[in-house]
Every structure is written in structure tokens, then in C-alpha cells.
Write a protein that binds this ligand. Structure first.
Ligand code: LLP
Length: 467
């Protein structure tokens, strides 16, 4: 039996349960800390997708990524429906699979009618193998290899060309392959500043990505003379985890100018891709716009700019990664040792860390956690959640507010669906955790836990080193 605690109970875990609103207003997953199906069950345990998280850990081991299918699908639907609602032209949402690329995620995305953006041969291979149709795949990258470009041409996906070197290489490869033409888009750096971590900001002029906008005319001219390049549009991406709407609105307006300029070179560009970047709520104070609000802002500005320029509406594409998948997943860990340094702090260690979530050590990202088996216990402790790696900086959460914990408790870190598994490593030779997808009380494995055999699979021991 499932009971939902009243919203006013401010305690260790239930405070994070999605607000059950009385109205039919859509809950935007990117504005919630826990997946939309999160509940507290009669054992005071956290339940996601109808599955008790502590039972999942017993069944599939620890640490465990738990992906809530309903939350992912809701986010997909909200993107899709919002574009339909606010944009009279054609639109296509692409999932930025760098956030989490694996067969099951790509297959769910495909079944929602979304396309996929890939940034490597590996992500491309994964998307194709998952059944994503090539017409809905877009290949990015600032240094695509010849092999990656060739695979993209052979598969019939759209190549988002990033720079002059790639443009020339592509023309050369197409000639050698005797392929009549391939679909491309051009990525430009819009010169737009946004407030996010320096490493995840890409739209400002000093960026490794995209053509310099000062080269715009030259690029259009070159492309217009290449019969093998079927250039369909322009692309830009200004950064990630963005809460302001203004930078994307500025972007939409700038990009419509690019479409207008292209026409001067005889290029009829009909697609405009504004990239991704909508932020999510990682902590209580984060206040991102909802998916619908973000889409609306972009649709309005593109329509207004097109009307001002007297241009037909382009097909509008966007590439959300984080806001689609981050809120749908949590990572469950088992608490082990702890160490109290009087007057300083208490470290509580878990059985994973920077290898399964490198974001805190890389970007100083902040996360929140709950104890899955003590969901409504009162908060009594402030502790530092330490990973198990041989590295002092391997701290997942500083000053976590938790109930009293003990070894064996299941700590659940929220919002881990994006850039966690995809950036995971085997540092200290820790096997990567398993991942399950949960829906309607059923859990299915989507990524197997790595074994020690997996860890040495690529190792080669030269004959002379064998004892
Ligand atoms: N499109 C392009 C061309 C991108 O480079 C990115 C992200 C996206 C779309 C998706 O952006 P999103 O909607 O997820 O914000 N590892 C970092 C994030 C790097 C983002 C790279 N590009 C992190 O963990 O925060």
C-alpha cells in the first residue's frame, strides 16, 4: 500500500516528493528533484516507478542507477507538445544523447518520436543499433574523424559541420565515395554569453565549437558552390544548465538573421537548430523555467524574427539532453564506513563516487540526497558524503542534511540521469554500476554491472611478461 505524506511534513526525504497539484497543470520534470513517480510506501521506503528502491538494490546490487520511464517519457511529451502548441511550423526535438547514450534510452527516445543528436561514431552506432531512423540523427563534433564522417554519410544522417577543416574533408570524402550529396547543417558560434559553468558554456566567441560568425559570408559562399553538400540549415548551442530565457531568445533572433544572410548566397536554408541547454533543479534554490515556458520563449522569438524579416518559418529543432533525462534518474548507494572529526565534520562513505558521478569533482556540482529506507525520519545530521576512491576530492555532497544514518542504509542521490553514466569511468578499477528502468512496478536491467573480467577485457599481457 502506498501512502503519500502531506506536503507540510518537512523531513529528510518526503520534502522532495513531487508536488501533487490539484489542478491539471503539468508538472515539468526539470523543476522537480525526485522523479515524478516517487512516493513513500508503507515501509517508509522510497518507491520509484512502483518499485521499492531498497528492494531494487537487493535485486540488482549497489550502486544502482534507477531510471524512471514515466518521467523520461513525460519530458519527451512536454517538449513535443509544447512545440506543437507554440510553433505553427514544423519542429523536431532531438535528444542530446551525450547526456546518456545506451540502447534502451535511445529506444525509448525513438518511441516518443524524438530524434537524436550524436557526437561520435560510438553514439551514432548506438542510436542506429537502437533503431533510431537516420533521418532523425544529427552528427556533431569539432573534430570528427574521417571514419566518423564516412559512417555518417553511409548511414544517411545529417552532419552538423563545425569548421573549415571538416568542410574541406567532407567534400574530399564525398568525391572519393562518389556520393551525389549529403545533408549538412552549419554550426556557428553566436557570441552569446550565458551564466553557467565555464566548461559547459559554448556559445561565446572564445569557444572551440563552430564557425566564427565573422566568416559567415565566406562559409555560405563556399557551401553554395558545392554540389555534394546539401546544406539545409544552421545550428548553435550556447551552453548547458541555463536558467535564463533571454540568451536563447537572443540566439533565436540571431539565427534567423543567418537564414536571411544565407539567401544572399543563393542558399535556401529551411532548418534552424537552437541546441539544448535548459537547466534542471538540482537543489531547492534552483528555479529553471518549465519545459513549456522554455519552448514557448524560443518559438515566439523565432516567429517574430521571421515575420520581421519576411521569411517563411524554418523547421525548428532543439537538442535538450539534461532536461530530458537528468530528473528521471537517481543513483542508489549503500552507506558503509563513517568518520567523525570532532568539531570539524563527519564523513559518511558510500560504495561509489567520482567514477559513477564525476560532476561534483569536475564542475563543483551540488546534489541532494535522501535515505531510501528512512524517508520520513527527521533531519538530524549534517554530513559529508564521501566516495570510495583514493582521492581526497572524491566528495559527492558537502553538508548533506540527513537523518541519522548507519552502515547498510541506502543513500539516493537525485537528478543523476544526465552526464553521470555517460561520463563514468573505471577509476581505481571500479566496475561501472548497473542501471535499471522502472515502470508500473516492474524493473528491467538496461545496463549490466561490469565485472572484474570486464575490467581486464581490453588488457593485453605480452608473452614476455607472463610468468
Ligand atoms: N547540443 C550540443 C551541441 C551540445 O554540445 C550539448 C551539450 C547539448 C546539445 C545538450 O545540452 P543540455 O540540454 O544537456 O544542456 N558534462 C556537462 C555538460 C556538457 C554539455 C555539453 N553539450 C555537465 O555534466 O554538466
Amino acid at each position: 500500500m502506498v501512502s503519500t505524506h502531506p506536503a507540510e511534513v518537512q523531513n529528510a526525504g518526503t520534502q522532495y516528493l513531487p508536488q501533487r497539484r490539484n489542478t491539471s497543470t503539468n508538472i515539468s520534470p526539470n523543476q522537480e528533484l525526485l522523479p515524478l513517480t516517487a512516493k513513500v510506501n508503507s515501509n517508509d521506503n522510497l518507491e520509484i516507478g512502483g518499485c521499492d528502491v531498497t528492494t531494487l538494490v537487493e535485486q540488482f546490487g549497489s550502486p544502482l542507477y534507477i531510471l524512471d520511464e514515466a518521467t523520461l517519457r513525460t519530458a519527451c511529451q512536454q517538449y513535443r507538445d509544447s512545440f506543437k502548441k507554440y510553433y505553427p511550423g514544423e519542429s523536431q526535438v532531438l535528444y542530446a544523447s551525450k547526456a546518456w547514450s545506451c540502447l534502451a534510452v535511445c529506444a525509448m527516445i525513438a518511441s516518443e518520436g524524438l530524434g537524436i543528436d550524436v557526437v561520435s561514431g560510438g553514439e551514432l552506432y548506438t542510436a542506429l543499433t537502437a533503431g533510431m531512423s537516420p533521418e532523425k540523427i544529427y552528427l556533431h563534433g569539432n573534430n570528427k574523424s574521417r571514419a566518423e564522417l564516412t559512417l555518417a554519410i553511409e548511414s544517411g544522417v545529417t552532419i552538423v559541420v563545425d569548421n573549415w577543416y571538416e568542410l574541406h574533408t567532407l567534400v574530399e570524402i564525398l568525391k572519393a565515395m562518389s556520393v551525389p550529396s549529403t545533408r549538412i547543417m552549419l554550426r556557428l558560434t553566436p557570441g552569446i554569453e550565458c551564466h553557467t559553468h565555464e566548461y559547459i558554456r559554448t556559445g561565446h566567441l572564445d569557444s572551440k565549437f563552430g564557425f566564427d560568425p565573422n566568416d559567415l559570408g565566406e562559409v555560405f559562399e563556399f557551401v553554395s558552390k558545392q554540389p555534394t553538400l546539401n546544406c539545409v540549415g544552421v545550428h548553435a548551442h550556447i551552453g548547458s544548465q541555463i536558467f535564463e530565457r533571454q540568451p536563447h531568445q537572443d540566439l533565436g533572433a540571431v539565427m534567423v538573421q543567418w537564414l536571411r544572410d544565407a539567401a544572399k548566397y543563393g542558399l535556401n536554408l529551411t532548418e534552424l537548430n537552437v541546441g539544448g541547454g535548459l537547466g534542471i533543479k538540482y537543489v531547492e534554490s534552483d528555479d529553471p523555467p518549465s519545459i513549456e515556458e522554455w519552448v514557448k520563449a524560443i518559438c515566439e522569438v523565432v516567429q517574430a524574427a521571421c515575420a520581421a524579416e519576411n521569411l517563411p518559418l524554418p523547421k525548428l529543432l532543439s537538442e535538450p539532453g539534461r532536461s530530458l533525462i537528468a530528473p528521471a534518474c537517481v543513483t542508489a548507494y549503500t552507506i558503509g564506513s563513517s568518520k567523525t572529526i570532532p568539531e570539524i565534520r563527519t564523513y559518511v562513505a558510500i560504495d561509489g563516487g567520482m567514477s559513477d558521478n564525476p560532476r561534483p569533482i569536475t564542475y563543483q556540482s551540488v546534489y541532494r540526497a535522501v535515505v531510501a529506507n528512512k524517508l520520513s525520519a527527521p533531519i538530524t545530521e549534517t554530513v559529508t558524503i564521501a566516495g570510495k576512491h583514493c582521492e581526497s576530492g572524491d566528495i559527492l555532497i558537502k553538508n548533506a542534511q540527513l537523518p541519522k544514518t548507519e552502515a547498510g542504509d541506502i543513500l539516493v542521490v537525485m537528478g543523476t540521469g544526465a552526464y553521470n553514466y555517460s561520463m563514468a569511468s573505471n577509476y581505481n578499477r571500479l566496475p561501472r554500476p548497473a542501471a535499471v528502468v522502472v515502470a508500473d512496478g516492474e524493473a528491467n536491467l538496461i545496463l549490466q554491472r561490469e565485472t572484474y573480467q570486464d575490467l581486464i577485457r581490453q588488457d593485453c599481457l605480452p608473452e614476455r611478461l607472463k610468468s
